[in-house]
Design a protein around this ligand. Structure first.
Ligand SMILES: CC(C)(COP(=O)(O)OP(=O)(O)OC[C@H]1O[C@@H](n2cnc3c(N)ncnc32)[C@H](O)[C@@H]1OP(=O)(O)O)[C@@H](O)C(=O)NCCC(=O)NCCS
Length: 198
């Protein structure tokens, strides 16, 4: 089923909303960094590359066919500051499969914002888009990312050994997944965050 969400998506401390042209500097602030790019497919981005990425993201707000991607800016509800981004990709229409992802500015790590934003994306995937299964993937060395997946209740389903060459070296990849009944059965939209964090 197609999904045209109403924005912003609000959580206890965050607003998830479509990107705008005014976001280029905030995106550059985290995407230019080596520590942020370390486990991403991309190298650190220039300001021009960030401007192009933001331009692309402005249109990525709905799912109408397979391969479509929603990418939302993560904003602190209190200050309106943009601290990162989260995504949901419609991987298979026939099999109701999706994939989520996340990037936060390092100044905002270690405070549960990633888990809170990702919870809202799983709510979107399971409660609004009616997906059956959602995966997330990361480099096996990216402990902060797979810890986040585990906080969400996702299960490690695969460890691909040397499945690709990334930035000149063999990459090891983990795939995590969660089913709709597992997410909906144990959380509610507003309970999602508190049950994870309590
Ligand atoms: C992946 C990424 C988003 C994880 O960030 P993170 O800060 O570890 O994750 P969260 O925002 O969910 O924060 C969880 C941490 O905050 C702590 N925390 C502090 N206050 C908290 C609160 N009020 N609520 C919840 N957790 C809180 C948790 O204990 C946890 O810390 P721990 O990992 O030391 O146990 C971040 O490392 C990142 O952006 N990396 C660069 C980009 C990247 O690699 N993306 C993924 C590609 S696959």
């Amino acid at each position: 089923m197609a999904l045209y969400p109403t924005y912003p998506l609000e959580t206890e401390r965050l607003r998830l909303r479509p990107f705008t042209r005014g976001d280029v500097d905030a995106v550059f602030a985290y995407r230019q960094r080596e520590d942020v790019a370390r486990f991403l497919f991309d190298s650190p981005l220039s300001r021009e590359e960030c401007a192009l990425a933001v331009q692309q993201r402005i249109a990525q707000t709905s799912l109408s066919e397979e391969g479509d991607k929603i990418v939302l800016g993560v904003e602190l509800a209190d200050t309106g500051e943009l601290i990162g981004e989260v995504s949901l990709i419609w991987r298979s229409v026939e099999h109701q499969q999706g994939e989520v992802g996340w990037i936060l500015h390092p100044s905002f790590h270690g405070q549960g914002y990633g888990t809170e934003a990702a919870s809202a994306m799983l709510d979107l995937a399971f409660r609004q888009a009616d997906l059956h299964r959602v995966i997330a993937r990361c480099a096996a060395e990216n402990a902060p990312s797979f810890h986040l997946m585990e906080r969400l209740g996702m299960r490690r389903e695969a460890h691909f050994r040397e499945h690709a060459i990334s930035k000149g070296a063999w990459d090891e990849e983990f795939i995590y997944a969660i089913l709709q009944r597992e997410w909906v059965g144990c959380t509610g939209p507003s309970e999602a965050t508190s049950s994870i964090f309590n």
